[in-house]
Design a protein around this ligand. Structure first.
Ligand code: GLU
Length: 317
């Protein structure tokens, strides 16, 4: 039996529903703790006392607990979708414009850009996501429609949409993103007008999805780039591997080392309190709880994922 088959068989024997119930019980005291992101005014109104978790497996099962069907603002989780589109469009050429190292700085920091000539450290800090947005704008006549169609296809939910109120709230408060994008443009690393790049970026961050949507949508990263339902290629296996690697090293803000230590999975978080994590060749797990720790990751969500990999033994390590 191949090692992949052994992992799948092991996961099939796990009682994931009970594991999720146990986790929900254990993290209950943490739910509501931490700070709900308030620098985007619309996000500050989200109640902190929410917790949802969903698991989608490559053999087609779905498990969930708590507020797993409630939609929330996925924010930076969207950067993994847009990276997929940009990498498919440009291939290895993309790495001339954006790096692949953890930044060691806050996700919205300006300091590195000056020293590093407008080449963002990685695609998951805001500066990197602006370059990725620029690539998508140059490749597609209707970039937002393309992104939305991609996310709807991946999640199998045609009702996934963008919350215009969140997008405009972020635009109104988006001075730092505007500074970053203008700065990158001054180095010649944006081809499109700054306004267009920011407009796309704020809209991608304002995608509203639930934990079950996210768990289903990211199955292609657990499945070597293939759609779990049809088996069709979404992105080639080598690129799926690289996106997972970037999620592991750069996906959870300036806490990716600590997150790898605790959870041991490729993951991408957002300031809306969501985190998506991938167990390659087995499953995806999405969690949401809006209270954030000091690095910007969901407090209860990170603990829930720590418990998940500890209880199931499913991690990349
Ligand atoms: N739209 C947010 C920003 O640019 C994304 C933050 C995040 O989730 O990391 O500040």
């Amino acid at each position: 039996m191949k090692s992949d088959e052994i992992i799948l068989e092991t996961s099939a024997k796990l009682d994931i529903a009970s594991v999720l119930e146990e986790i929900a019980g254990e993290v209950a005291p943490l739910v509501g703790q931490g700070e709900v992101a308030s620098y985007i005014p619309r996000l500050a109104r989200v109640p902190a006392n929410r917790f949802g978790m969903a698991v989608a497996t490559l053999d087609g099962r779905l498990f969930s607990v708590g507020d797993a069907e409630e939609r929330f603002s996925i924010q930076s989780i969207s950067k993994a979708f847009s990276l997929t589109l940009a990498l498919e469009a440009l291939g290895g050429e993309l790495w001339k414009r954006v790096g692949r190292e953890p930044s060691g700085n806050a996700f919205n920091s300006l300091v590195q850009l000056e020293r590093e000539n407008g080449i963002p450290r990685n695609p998951f800090i805001n500066a990197g996501a602006h370059v990725i947005a620029d690539v998508i704008l140059s490749q597609t006549p209707k970039p937002l429609e393309t992104l939305l169609e991609f996310v709807r296809d991946r999640s199998g939910n045609a009702e996934v949409c963008i919350d215009e109120e969140v997008a405009s709230s972020e635009r109104e408060a988006g001075f730092r993103n505007a500074a970053l994008a203008n700065f990158i443009r001054s180095f010649g690393n944006l081809d499109n007008p700054v306004e267009d790049v920011l407009d796309f970026y704020f809209h991608q961050c304002a995608l509203q999805m639930s934990c079950t949507d996210l768990a289903r949508a990211f199955l292609y990263l657990a499945n070597e780039g293939r759609c779990q339902r049809s088996g069709e290629s979404v992105i080639n296996p080598e690129r799926a591997k690289r996106i997972n690697a970037l999620m592991l090293t750069c996906g959870t803000y300036d806490a990716a080392g600590e997150f790898a230590f605790r959870v041991g999975l490729p993951a991408k978080s957002g300031v809306g309190g969501g985190i998506i994590a991938v167990v390659p060749k087995v499953l995806t797990v999405a969690v949401w709880s809006p209270g954030l720790d000091e690095k910007g990751n969901s407090l209860a969500g990170a603990t829930a994922l720590d418990l998940f990999t500890t209880l199931t033994g499913l991690s990349v390590f």
